[in-house]
Design a protein around this ligand. Structure first.
Ligand code: CA
Length: 231
């Protein structure tokens, strides 16, 4: 049974979401503030986190940032209407998706399904793969642990960052359009938004630059992105 952590300080809202998801066959544990969320996360193993944006003690962004330091677990941010910059900031901090309150429970369920499926296909993809690492110059992508390794240091990637990185590193110097990357990583063009690709690339680029102090990613105006500079 899949086990979720729901972080939501509005008690009635939390109970409603939990009730609905449990009826769909998931096990849901609730944390009512940011600190409780981190304690529960440290002590238990979850398959997915639903994370409210405004929370007592520690807000959702801070919680997201903390969790992302050590885990690639799927995270859906729950935001309130009107918090228009949430989406980009949330994605920058490593959330996989977001949903705006008030939302339809079916919509939430659809998003949960997408993320769980994506997580599973990542795992399957890695199992049939003959090599567990791919390297480019002096960085190594660990496909089992979703890590970038450089010298003796590592940095964890989210599932979307990992997917992007895997595409780019398999064919370095190849320039990929945003549309191509979006379809390959997020699946389908229905919700296509080039900003989503840009934000995820820039997050990935920052992580790897912070780790190595070097530049590996290149954007080619009007064309897209490559790993390694195309001469
Ligand atoms: Ca709240």
């Amino acid at each position: 049974m899949k086990r979720f952590l729901l972080v939501e300080d509005e008690k009635i809202m939390a109970k409603n979401i939990a009730f609905f998801l449990e009826r769909e066959g998931y096990l849901v544990e609730i944390a009512y503030d940011g600190e409780e969320a981190l304690v529960r996360f440290a002590e238990n193993k979850y398959d997915l986190i639903l994370l409210d944006w405004t929370l007592p003690k520690k807000d959702g962004l801070e919680v997201c940032k903390q969790i992302r330091k050590e885990s690639t677990i799927p995270i859906i941010m729950i935001t309130a209407k009107g918090e228009i910059y949430d989406k980009v900031i949330g994605l920058e901090l490593g959330a996989d998706d977001y949903i705006v309150k008030p939302f339809d429970q079916r919509e939430l369920l659809a998003r949960v399904h997408v993320l769980l499926r994506r997580q599973e296909s990542n795992l399957e993809g890695r199992m049939i793969s003959p090599e567990s690492t791919i390297h480019f110059e002096d960085i190594i992508l660990d496909r089992e642990k979703l890590l970038i390794i450089y010298m003796n240091e590592t940095i964890a990637l989210t599932s979307n960052e990992y997917k992007l990185m895997e595409i780019l590193i398999k064919k370095p110097y190849n320039v990929y359009s945003r549309e191509y990357l979006y379809e390959a990583v997020w699946g389908g063009m229905l919700m296509y938004n080039e900003r989503t690709v840009d934000v995820t690339i820039s997050r990935l680029r920052k992580k790897i630059t912070d780790l190595t102090g070097k530049k590996y990613f290149y954007s080619i105006r009007g064309m897209g992105y490559s790993l390694g500079e195309r001469l």
